[in-house]
Write a protein that binds this ligand. Structure first.
Ligand code: AMP
Ligand code: GLY
Length: 423
């Protein structure tokens, strides 16, 4: 099969690495890809939301399956674009149609979905500029901290957590009236704060049957001890030690199954990954958010632990036969540590040459923000590399990733040295 992956980060390099191992893969393409995907696939210089250009690649390269990495093309309807085109409609797309992608594209939709299907989540109400005063009044009924969420996609920045009621009111006004997050904050969900420890569960579904993939925990803050600004993710571990069998039974029965059944009850066709962000409060799981794709950097630890042939799994998603597949998981722990450009997540420089790849032996180096320039691999983003390793437990795996990181370098490289500190 000829397969096209859409995206350019560590997640897409990992998916490419896994799909390239399948004997079913003939040719693999990544649009637009990075310097890492260029080593194992053919990069095509096409943007992730340029559907017309994607169509040309699909026809030109005789693509048999498309795997969508990031959320933006899904929310903008790339799968629907295929279904509505006579030349593309029979080519399977892994990733939901718009009607499913809205689970990530609208926080209010996600909350209503959870309410409808009795899936545990924080209590909430949503507001627009029309009922700002009611928003203030709702804030008065809550205890601090206050959680404000822009309804739409805001590149992971749309959630504010504030301790002071006056600050919360001022921010609510900035979001609704001053369009702090553009059109994403035309509507704001205010929710009850949940206190606990977070983890993520990934589900692969054909819309009816599903497989629950290994759990993962990511580290979002730039600074050690989970301090400083939020990032796309500074590292991840899998499995999550505190997600034991009893807890996972609750997740399965109260969250995963009701979610997939909810798709069916609501008439939402869904073929692809569901990323469920959870928080464990005492011993009970609650949903913090849904994403309609794999996480990044969680993919870099979840997918390497899946032993099945990836193309076989994705074919079963496409043709609705996931019930015939048994998931096989590597029992070892996996960790990934992300090396970022100095200054990230604020301003940083690009174009720094990266050296040391050949010296890394015990880890897998996934590329995120890299690019080939005059035959050299240079930095081209905030998150640059994700170094994945295996071990008997996450501590052993982490030591290996850290040893490998010492062999890699680029000007102003930074990474967190404390992953797993909270476990
Ligand atoms: P989200 O973009 O929905 O994942 O939210 C970003 C982060 O905000 C989450 O990873 C949580 O750490 C935090 N968060 C979101 N909702 C809540 C909540 N109801 N209670 C506590 N923390 C939350
Ligand atoms: N690591 C969080 C995300 O992919 O959204």
């Amino acid at each position: 099969m000829n397969i096209l992956i859409i995206g350019s980060g560590g997640r897409e390099h990992t998916l490419a690495w896994k799909i390239a191992q399948s004997p079913k893969t003939t040719q693999l393409f990544v649009a637009p890809g990075n310097a890492g995907t260029a080593e194992i696939a053919v990069n095509v210089p096409v943007g992730v939301t340029d559907f017309q250009a994607i169509k040309e690649v699909v026809l030109d390269k005789s693509i048999d399956m498309v795997v969508v990495g990031p959320e933006v093309p899904l929310v903008e309807g790339v799968h629907d674009f295929f279904l509505n085109d006579d030349q593309l409609k029979n080519i399977p797309v892994i990733g939901p149609q718009k009607s499913g992608a809205i689970l990530e594209g609208s926080k209010e939709f996600a909350k209503e979905f959870m309410m409808r299907h009795q899936i545990p989540t924080a209590g909430y109400q949503s507001f627009t500029s029309e009922n700002l005063e009611e928003g203030y009044a709702f804030l008065e009924t809550l205890k601090p901290p206050y959680v404000l969420k822009a309804d739409g996609l805001a590149a992971g920045k749309g959630v504010l957590i504030l301790n002071d009621i006056n600050e919360a009111k001022a921010e609510l006004k900035k979001m609704l009236v001053d369009a702090k997050f553009g059109s994403a904050s035309t509507k704001v969900v205010i929710e009850e704060f949940l206190s606990g420890i977070e983890l993520s569960v990934f589900v692969l579904t054909d819309g009816k049957n599903y497989l629950t993939l290994p759990t993962a925990k990511d580290y979002k803050r730039i600074g050690e001890g989970d301090t400083g600004l939020n990032t796309g993710g500074m590292g991840a571990i899998s499995p999550v030690p505190f997600a034991d069998a009893t807890f996972m039974d609750k997740v399965e029965n109260r969250i995963v199954r009701p979610t997939i059944e909810g798709f069916q009850k609501d008439g939402i066709p869904y073929k692809g990954f569901v990323f469920i962000g959870l928080i464990k409060v005492d011993d009970e799981p609650y949903v913090i958010e849904y994403n309609v794709r794999m996480g990044d950097p969680e993919t870099e630890v979840v997918i390497p632990r899946v032993k099945n042939d990836m193309v076989t799994l994705l074919e079963a998603v496409a043709d609705g036969s996931l019930d015939k597949v048994t998931l096989e998981v590597d029992e070892r722990a996996a960790t990934t540590v992300v090396a970022v450009s100095g200054g990230y997540p604020e301003a940083y420089e690009k174009g720094k040459e990266i050296s040391g790849f050949e010296a890394v032996e015990d880890s897998i180096v996934f590329h995120a923000g890299t690019q080939l320039k005059e035959g050299k691999v240079v930095t081209s983003g905030g998150r640059v590399l994700a170094i994945t390793s295996f071990g008997d437990d996450f501590r052993e795996a982490l030591e290996t990733s850290y040893r490998s990181l010492e062999k890699l370098s680029f000007d102003k490289m930074y990474y967190r040295k404390d992953l797993g500190f909270d476990l």
